[in-house]
Ligand binder design. Sequence first.
Ligand code: P6P
Length: 338
Amino acid sequence: MKPISLIQFLIEERRAGRINAELSLLIEVVARACKRIAVATNKGALGGVLGNAGSDNVQGEAQKKLDVISNEILLEANAWGGHLAACASEEMEDPQPIPDMYPKGNHLLMFDPLDGSSNIDVNISVGTIFSVLRCPDGITEPKVEHFLQPGTTQLAAGYVVYGPATVLVLTFGHGTHEFTLDREVGSFLLSRRDVRVPEETGEFAINMSNQRHWEAPMQRYIGELLAGTDGPRGKDFNMRWVASMVADVHRIVTRGGVFFYPLDAKIKSKGGKLRLMYEANPMAFIIEQAGGAATTGRERILELQPTGLHQRVPVFLGSKKEVEIATHYHREADGAQS
Ligand code: P6P
């Protein structure tokens, strides 16, 4: 049977009363923008889009040309539809209001337009991550504080991974679903409904070069995985690290696994490496809806009360059993210290 399109899926969700027309339109617009980002990314060296833009983003990180292009594509696509009150992006210091010439809607959209962009110039998968919140009633000029809602309030979250295939993974809080882009037709087609992340895994993802900077419970946990059959876990583990969160998370969504970006002495002062509002929260929502878990090593990510638009947090996410073991070690170590 031919897989249904994203549009048909959204209509079915609307008929089931799980989403409203405005949210459905928002997701259609974001998906269409990501198709344009896929086209730009796929051009590679031929499109004059590789290399640095010659500017830094709000994080003080050198922007790639495709970071800027992807950000512009998402802003332009979402300006006129009437479904948004404002956008916020990793690439912009402050929220971007919807231009006065266009009607405003009841949603807030946050995104990392091109996550993993350090991998672009070496042709490794990158992706777009997005999160949708409700705009507080009566607010027509949203400010930062209106975005600072816990991850549990997200209405939708998703990512698009620009890899061998262009794949959209999406949740509205009723399961996690995967759509693959049919390039001939130009439509996202439902390739997996209700994805499940296995509770157990033999595969972990972490940047091992930071090991000497990790906290003791992280040293203990990873040390046990590396000890393999000779250690307390009694089995060997495999390791992967793409350095594109979207690619690492998509592997976990596809076959299980666990992803860590823990605190370490280098980044402790910043609170972590990954951004809460448009990386950790949407990925945590997607993973939990697929039966996985997502914590900071101490707390459930989705329950954090945000304190800043570009706030950073530690991220432990994926197969529930491994996230729980690693989180237990951190809480135990904290208890021992308190
Ligand atoms: P490191 C990409 O820059 C990113 O934000 C995530 O996509 C990725 O998981 C992480 O940083 C990679 O960090 O320190 O390994 O380069």
